[in-house]
Ligand binder design. Structure first.
Ligand code: HEM
Length: 539
């Protein structure tokens, strides 16, 4: 963390040239907040432009923070309201039943989708669940990804399995293009580049089908697609054209599927490595009468109200998102027109400099956390049994009080540090940051050291859906199965070697795990009655 006396950065470096940017990396919570809340630092569009072919153009996720983005965000945000999330909860519960049925079938001896060790790629399964949930909740369409599990030949044949895999592969393709931006031009004829274009085209086909669908059906009031159809282009005052709507559909899937699916995977993996944590999750499920046991082979269905009661489960999920923030790469901002002086002059950002706030580093830095490498859901718990939102980093007032005073003074003239000057001006948006934070009892304005869903106006619009999908899915899966890392993964070291920190924090080639039914499970009883076909390390 920066000491309060740190001077502004020295004189500005030379301006950036083509494909050459200067950058500042920030893991200090206070500075991060200034950066991510500044209305002068916009998304670094250049990096997002590599997604354009995949998503069909700029969109809510990748576009500039301008009037168009504002109209979109305001238009579709109500789709993630509490009442819609209650509907989503029912959808998710339905998809979880399918997940459980798939795993039951494997336990009962069906082989489709398992490897020689009886292990299953849980990542693929959870990505499919995510696709189905977003398809139904966002676009009122059954994508059929779970139904096709084990039957659709994965990526080999056209179908939902291929759609999921194409999305994963296309994301990797985008990363490669960022790393080697000239290949698409200078190696355009190679099979690899042509395959990349085919991936993008395939995904555009899936999205085109969805667009046709939402225009043909009577969409439910308040759903994402219903709201999207009503958004008006601020330039024309007319509804969005097909060309404008396609990237929005693609972006919602892209933003929602990988992130939610991989988080579920990391949760199952971490639990397999931490039996003490699993025992506490199970104790909570047992107390809520949701756990399968010999006395309760068929527990009651999980209800909406359970989500708030499953406090340890919530803390567990928060800790998973800390260690493996899905958008680990974080957020990148830039101001092309002005030099900026933020945080009372403590952060000088020359015009054209990238400011990068990497979430993974922020969440795992020793200056932000005690024992950052330890998996400790308990760090989120407070006495009395609630989950404390420890993302409010309590910092000594003297660390930031001076900044706030300077910021307030600078805001009085409301000026930016106009290029090329290096003044003590600051972003007027943030005047009084520290003062406000200190005054508020809840510390709601305090700098954050934890923001898996991003910070500032461009935070995740779909986070409520993720935070319903994850606890519901995990509660249902864990109440019925213990997940064991398959030997083929090579233990913790093998998993670490396959961790992928690209656009989304994932695992190369998926996560193979064995699903072991809990004692008392009906599928174990049925299998025992019919013979020795019980699978996959059943306890
Ligand atoms: C665990 C799950 C999720 C995590 C950790 C997550 C995280 C994030 C982050 C960090 C951003 C900012 C990205 C950036 O600035 O480049 C973001 C933006 C966004 N997310 Fe999520 N997300 C999740 C799930 C979802 C879901 C389920 C949806 C929708 C179905 C969604 C839709 C979006 C959209 C549309 C944006 C762009 C918002 C804007 O710029 O106005 N996300 N998300």
């Amino acid at each position: 963390m920066l000491p309060p006396s740190l001077p502004p950065l020295p004189s500005p470096p030379p301006p950036p040239s083509f494909l050459h940017y200067h950058g500042i990396v920030i893991t200090d919570p206070t500075l991060a907040r200034y950066v991510l809340r500044s209305k002068y630092l916009d998304k670094f569009r250049f990096i997002y432009s590599f997604l354009d072919e995949f998503l069909g153009g700029p969109n809510l996720l990748t576009g500039h923070t301008d009037a168009h983005w504002k109209a979109l965000r305001k238009g579709v945000a109500p789709a993630f309201s509490v009442s819609n999330m209650k509907y989503a909860f029912d959808v998710i519960r339905g998809r979880c039943d399918k997940l459980v049925a798939i795993l039951d079938a494997l336990v009962a001896g069906e082989k489709g989708g398992t490897d020689a060790e009886g292990a299953i790629n849980v990542d693929n399964l959870l990505l499919r669940e995510s696709m189905d949930v977003i398809g139904r909740v966002g676009f009122e369409r059954d994508m059929g990804a779970l139904d096709a599990f084990g039957k659709d030949g994965g990526c080999a044949a056209a179908g939902p399995g291929k759609d999921v895999q194409v999305m994963i592969d296309a994301t990797e393709e985008v990363i490669e293009r960022i790393e080697r931006p000239f290949d698409t031009v200078f190696k355009a004829w190679t099979p690899k580049i042509r395959h990349g274009h085919a991936l993008m085209a395939h995904w555009q086909g899936v999205v085109g089908g969805l667009l046709k669908h939402i225009k043909a059906v009577h969409t439910a009031p308040g759903s994402f697609c219903n709201l999207l159809l009503k958004v008006k282009d601020p330039k024309t005052g007319a509804g969005l054209t097909d060309a404008q709507m396609t990237p929005e559909i693609a972006a919602l899937f892209f933003a929602g599927i990988d992130t939610t699916g991989h988080t579920g995977t990391w949760a199952l993996y971490l639990l397999s490595q931490h039996p003490d944590v699993e025992a506490k999750v199970l104790a909570e499920l047992e107390a809520a009468e949701l756990l399968v046991s010999p006395d309760r082979p068929d527990p009651r269905p999980i209800e909406w109200a359970d989500l708030a009661r499953l406090v340890y489960l919530q803390a567990f999920i928060k800790e998973v998102l800390r260690l493996y923030p899905p958008v680990g790469i974080g957020q990148m901002r830039i101001c092309h027109t002005h030099d900026l002086s933020l945080a009372g002059g403590r952060l000088f950002v020359p015009r054209g400099t990238i400011v990068w706030v990497p979430h993974h580093a922020m969440h795992n830095a020793a200056h932000n956390w005690d024992e950052p490498e330890a998996f400790k859901p308990e760090r989120w718990l407070v006495a009395g049994g609630g989950v404390e939102f420890a993302d409010r980093l309590t910092m000594p007032k003297e660390w930031y009080q001076g900044w706030a005073d300077e910021a307030a003074a600078a805001a009085a003239d409301g000026a930016l540090a106009s290029a090329p000057s290096v003044g003590p001006s600051t972003d007027p948006d943030l005047a009084g940051l520290a003062g406000a934070g200190d005054a508020s009892a809840a510390g709601a304005d305090r700098p954050k050291r934890y923001f898996p869903f991003a910070e500032g106006p461009r935070n995740c619009v779909g986070q409520s859906l993720a935070m319903v999908t994850l606890p519901t899915t995990l509660a249902l899966l864990l109440s019925r199965f213990h997940f064991k890392l398959a030997p083929s993964m090579g233990g913790r070291g093998g998993v670490e070697a396959r961790e992928q920190y690209t656009l989304v924090t994932g695992i190369r080639d998926g996560m193979m795990m064995q699903a072991v039914p809990r004692p008392g499970s009906k599928v174990v009883a049925a299998a025992a009655a019919t013979g020795p076909a019980v699978v996959a390390g059943a306890a």
